[in-house]
Design a protein. Structure first.
Lengths: 302, 195
């Protein structure tokens, strides 16, 4: 085996960034085989999971063979199974160990905290499937645990639809989405839903470049492109009705005291609520193709 | 003037194979708009089409732009002939998203709800809203009547009525006045539905 990458025990937004940083610092170009050792992972959320799938796709597109060592902790492996990670990994990773049997140990529960298993987005019908699935499960998670009323559920679903459409409209590639409910004990003492949407497409900067690169010249960067898309509704289309999906999502997330982060190329831009600490802007992060979006929405009231 | 009800849920069932009741994605919006365009073009002039949203689920911003904002925009440039549209059966959530799509393009459309009556969705300046109220309340109004009722000049009143007509929010027919001359009578779109 050539290069082996070892993500931190917690593979969430921050953990995945550390993992990409490790990848960026290592000499991987010459390695035909790359290992990802999830053996010590004790927690992985939709962002980490979708990120790992996208990472697998990326390496595969570069002609690499990727060995994925599954987590030693049974609970983490079961959760990966519950989120359909192992169904979607086919063709991307060689699993170590190669066979996993969850039939005796794990059964899917109707009272699960999974709002949406990892789902591929490559056509308009996939978004209809996602919207239908989330509408079906909204009562048991969004209403029961996040205390969302009908209006909030509607806005949640619209936001999800718009974020997923960005993949079809702008990335020129396939993507993935996954959603899960958690309890944020430390910073919030509330339930939250985490939504992760990613693609390996051309990225926001390249999507907007035909209209904006000449306007901004040398100042045209990944960071500026994300800001233009998220805060100003910039679109690669001239039609004034285009490009507002993401800005409407931002308004919804801010109205509900949520967090939105967008990573594209070598930059990451976040809008943070009062309950979350961190930096709004990261430029010069390890290059990763496409766009990675994270939304975290807390329960209402209290 | 003829009135036609277009059942969007039925159109979705006929045009889409995924069985979804949700108006989401631009692709879906384009399919439904094209069906509406075919229907509108096939109607005799003048016709007001009532787009019935009963039974439709989520309407996202992109689809609202693709179906309603584009349809209204093309209606204004007379691409479908002498046609008008009114939205009915909208939930407050659907209306909110359609409003966002229309406001961006400075467009407006009438909505009709059995419980609350008519409403304007989208962008319309205050003086045109006021004139629209006069037309909707009376169902039929001439320029002279509007001017007398609103205490405004004939030129001002005429401009406002013409603007509302060009925005496809009222219709007009040329009729013979009591004095024997010809005049336009401006009419409410919803009167065709008996509201």
């Amino acid at each position: 085996m050539g290069l082996i990458l070892v993500p931190p025990p917690t593979v969430d937004e921050k953990g995945f960034e550390l993992f990409l940083g490790q990848f960026g610092r290592r000499p991987w170009v010459e390695s035909h085989r790359i290992g990802i050792d999830l053996g010590d992972v004790t927690f992985i959320d939709p962002y980490g999971m979708v990120g790992m799938l996208e990472f697998g796709y990326y390496l595969k597109s570069l002609g690499k063979e990727v060995i994925l060592r599954v987590p030693r902790t049974g609970e983490v492996s079961k959760y990966l199974e519950r989120m359909d990670f192992f169904r979607l990994h086919l063709g991307l990773f060689i699993l170590d160990p190669p066979r996993l049997d969850f039939t005796e140990r794990y059964h899917r529960s109707s009272s699960s905290d999974v709002l949406l298993e990892i789902t591929k987005i490559e056509k308009s019908d996939d978004i209809h499937f996602i919207v239908d699935r989330v509408r079906d499960r909204a009562g048991s998670i969004l209403e029961a645990h996040l205390h969302y009323d009908e209006r909030a559920i509607h806005h949640f679903i619209v936001a999800l639809s718009e974020v997923c459409q960005n993949i079809l409209e702008h990335s020129q590639n396939i993507g993935y989405v996954g959603i899960q409910k958690y309890f944020y004990a430390k910073s919030l003492a509330k339930n939250v839903v985490k939504i992760a949407v990613m693609d390996l497409g051309i990225g926001i900067k390249n999507s907007l470049s035909p209209r904006f690169s000449s306007v901004f010249g040398e100042k045209w960067t990944d960071l500026l492109a994300i800001e233009r898309a998220l805060l100003h509704g910039a679109s690669r289309y001239e039609d004034i009705g285009r490009g507002h999906g993401l800005t409407e999502v931002r308004k919804f997330v801010q109205e509900w005291s949520g967090k939105i982060s967008i990573r594209s190329g070598t930059a990451k831009f976040s809008l943070l609520p009062s309950w979350e600490k961190g930096s709004r802007v990261h430029s010069g992060v390890t290059f990763f193709p496409g766009t990675q979006i994270s939304l975290i929405l807390p329960e209402m009231g209290g | 003037m003829r009135g036609r009800v277009y059942d969007l849920r039925l159109f979705m069932k006929e045009e889409m194979v995924n069985g979804s009741i949700n108006l989401v994605t631009r692709e879906t919006g384009a399919v439904i708009r094209e069906r509406l365009e075919r229907e509108l073009i096939g109607e005799a002039d003048p016709t007001v089409a009532f787009l019935d949203f009963s039974g439709v689920g989520v309407v996202d911003y992109s689809c609202a732009d693709e179906v309603i904002a584009k349809l209204v925009s093309r209606l204004l440039s007379a691409e479908y002939g002498d046609k008008f549209i009114v939205l009915e059966g909208l939930s407050s959530n659907q209306m909110e998203n359609i409003e966002v799509a229309l406001e961006r393009k400075k467009l407006a459309v009438l909505s009709l709800q059995e419980t609350v009556g008519w409403q304007i969705i989208g962008f319309l300046n205050n003086y045109l809203r006021k004139t629209l109220v006069s037309v909707m309340e009376r169902e039929n109004i001439t320029l002279r009547e509007l001017a007398e009722e609103g205490g405004i000049g004939l030129n001002t009143g005429g401009t406002r009525l013409l603007n509302l007509y060009k925005k496809r929010l009222i219709w007009r027919s040329e009729e013979v006045s009591r004095e024997g001359g010809r005049q336009f009578v401006y009419k409410s779109l919803t009167a065709v539905r008996g509201y």
